[in-house]
Design a protein around this ligand. Structure first.
Ligand SMILES: C=C(O[C@H]1C=C[C@H](C(=O)CCC(=O)O)[C@@H](C(=O)O)[C@@H]1O)C(=O)O
Length: 270
């Protein structure tokens, strides 16, 4: 379904009925990211998957900063009649989910972050990241999506995905190849890790339950999430054995079970 707000149109998909669980994909992803996870949830849940700006069927017609995207998502959730949601985000989607939760905490029943970060606290480091993301955006625009996907699928962060069955690796590649150079380059510039503000000095103010999921084979994000875990008032951190950055791809059953168990543990049983 499409939701239009102002001059922007978002694509989202709704499966099932019941407690709303909103799922946000990562950079180069789409609603398809969650296709093997949705089935892990029992009855009684409504799964809402959304294409973030510049991805899938949510075109990059206008620049969307993290703040603008979160405001649009808030309007979408209100239009759907949601008072409280369980919000799940993977990587870029995790940064978006955390930004949404920090901006609209009263709408959060629980927050599940997979391989995410709160941005970059150090200004100099953040400026370096903005410059690196700008170079990557220019590379995408210059060389096109196929050349970018060839490069992206081989970065060390996704090394563990080489052990996946070929059909799964090919499905991830196909999803990435459906993106547009305009969409991905704009996403990097407007919602990239360096472009967004840092939430590091605000994490301790967030009081809703948080589940931090990281892969055992993803040392960079284990280190980041250990610091997040220490800063958050109410969080659980789980390091998933024999999984890399994209736990939902490498261990979909375990990923779905961990989320369902966490949501059940924080849902008012009335
Ligand atoms: C390479 C780094 O940063 C990127 C890594 C992961 C994020 C992501 O969403 C990737 C999803 C995927 O391709 O499976 C992405 C983001 O958060 O926007 C980062 O650009 C790194 O080492 O930090």
């Amino acid at each position: 379904m499409y939701y239009t707000i102002g001059q922007s149109t978002y694509w989202y998909e709704v499966d099932g009925e019941g407690i709303p669980i909103v799922m946000l994909h990562g950079f180069t992803g789409s609603t398809k990211t969650w296709q093997h996870v949705k089935s892990a949830f029992g009855s009684g849940y409504q799964i809402i998957a959304i294409d973030l700006p510049g991805h899938g069927k949510t075109e990059a017609t206008h620049v969307k900063t993290m703040e603008m995207c979160c405001a649009d998502l808030h309007a979408l959730f209100q239009s759907l009649g949601f008072e409280k949601i369980h919000l799940v985000g993977y990587s870029m989607g995790g940064r978006t989910a955390l930004s949404f939760a920090m901006t609209y905490p009263s709408m959060i029943q629980s927050l599940i972050l997979e391989s995410a970060s709160p941005g970059i606290a150090d200004e100099a480091e953040r400026h370096l990241r903005v410059a690196a993301d700008e170079k990557l955006a220019e590379r995408i625009e210059r060389d096109g999506i196929q050349a970018f996907v060839d490069y992206w699928q081989d970065i060390p962060l996704f090394a563990s995905q080489k052990n996946l069955p070929l059909r799964i690796q090919q499905a991830i590649r196909r999803e990435r190849l459906t993106q547009t150079a305009e969409g991905l380059s704009q996403s990097l510039r407007a919602m990239g890790t360096g472009a967004q503000g840092s939430w590091w000095d605000r994490l301790e103010s967030f009081e809703r339950p948080v589940q931090l999921l990281v892969g055992e084979l993803d040392p960079k994000f284990i280190a980041t999430n250990k610091k997040m875990h220490a800063a958050l008032k109410s969080s659980k951190m789980i390091v998933c054995e024999d999984a890399g950055h994209a736990i939902h791809v490498e261990k979909p059953e375990i990923f779905g079970k961990l989320i369902e168990e966490f949501i059940d543990s924080v849902t008012d049983k009335k």
